[in-house]
Design a protein around this ligand. Structure first.
Ligand SMILES: [Zn+2]
Length: 227
């Protein structure tokens, strides 16, 4: 069995979406070995974190009024079989459609699995100034495919919506159907199998619409197979 880390973590000074309301990640030391008032050499930190800035899960309440929040989702959703849809042929600003998903994984799709959409976009372009402006992205027919085919969770390494689309059709459709979205994953190219196990457990924050996640894939042995 092999473990592949799919996570983009949080780092002070990391790139962030360029909107005025979008806070940057901050790691604030609240006690250091030098300032420990009791002289125990302890370290305590506080995070100022917008979970949407790195690998994270969107829960339905992100877009759906009265939808489930992160705490309301069953852990079973985040652990189990997943299939990688290889869409690495998708270049900048190319849409990913339902037909693309059908061609990539439709032939042996089993309802209830997790779908991981691989374009390698984040691996190639994270940190570039136009990262948010020129990604491959999902369109509504891709969300329809996920809903119709019983996808349990959608993970992706490109962007969920077409840049500039302020109607958010993909978020609304997936989250409206109760399908969480695992955004900003990476390293799918390190997998050698298209059927793996995904572990992507969110942190429980009551009332939150999203959570940071350490996402990993397990492959080999009893996890996945080479088909
Ligand atoms: Zn998000």
């Amino acid at each position: 069995m092999r473990i592949v880390d799919l996570s983009l973590g949080f780092t002070q000074g990391m790139p962030a979406y360029g909107a005025s309301w979008y806070p940057s990640f901050e790691l604030r030391p609240i006690m250091t070995p030098e300032t420990d008032p009791k002289g125990h050499g302890r370290r305590f930190s506080q995070f100022v974190m917008n979970p949407h800035n790195a690998t994270h899960l969107d829960a339905p309440s992100h877009f759906i009024r009265d939808g489930k929040g992160i705490c309301d989702l069953e852990p079973e959703c985040f652990i189990g079989p997943a299939v990688v849809a290889d869409l690495t042929e998708k270049g900048r600003l190319e849409p990913i459609t339902g037909d693309d998903l059908e061609a990539a994984v439709g032939s042996d799709w089993v309802p209830g699995q997790r779908l991981l959409i691989r374009t390698d976009y984040l691996d190639r372009h994270w940190g570039e100034p136009d990262f948010w402006e020129r990604p491959p992205y999902l369109v509504e027919s891709a969300a329809d495919w996920c809903v119709d085919r019983g996808v349990r969770l959608v993970g992706l390494d490109c962007l969920t919506e077409e840049p500039g689309d302020r109607h958010f059709p993909v978020h609304r459709k997936l989250l409206g159907a109760g399908i969480p979205i695992l955004e900003y994953i990476r390293n799918l190219g390190a997998l050698t199998q298209r059927r793996v196990w995904l572990i992507a457990l969110p942190v429980l924050v009551t009332g939150a619409e999203a959570s940071p996640v350490r996402a990993v894939a397990l492959e080999g042995g009893e996890f996945g197979d080479s088909t």
